[in-house]
Design a protein around this ligand. Sequence first.
Ligand SMILES: [Zn+2]
Length: 194
Amino acid sequence: MEQKIPKTGILVDEVMSRNVIKIRHDQTIDEAALLMKKQQVGSLIVIDEKDNPIGIITDRDIVVRVLAKKLDPSKTKVKDVMSKPLFTVNSKTDIGEIALKMRKYRVRRFGVIEKGKLIGIITDRNIFAITPEILELTSEKAKLLAEAEEMEESLAPPESSTGYCDECEEWSDNLKYVNGRYLCEDCRSREEFE
Ligand SMILES: [Zn+2]
């Protein structure tokens, strides 16, 4: 069924943003907003003390989760507002597949991984800005294909995410969503045998 996923011939690393700006999880929203403005980015990758990417925070998160709730941005921490875990995709994935994943899983930003390292961010805007026609074609095709059941099966969820396992609380760059929780590889295999 693979051939049913629309291929654009354009890979993630050709259109992603390489401007990955990081912020520590224990920094404040004030600091995050300032950094976004200074670096002219709409999102920051959130890292922990060990430099592991554990989530993402966007300008919209700040508006919706801090300002609209009248929280004090000088006292609110990034970790309390960020989205986690950070969903990741491989740098050599076709953007047609990414566009479909964004639609299906309602995720607008993915961390881009190459050889186990975070090298970029791909957003719906990146894809749309560079390939509006292709994206349109892709969505038209997707709509038709989504009606076919095999389409749903052929579209794998975002391969993995980085973050902390909900079970053992260990860091993992291969988290997967299982029954409402994000689990590392070890905990997933344990769960299968229970
Ligand atoms: Zn675990």
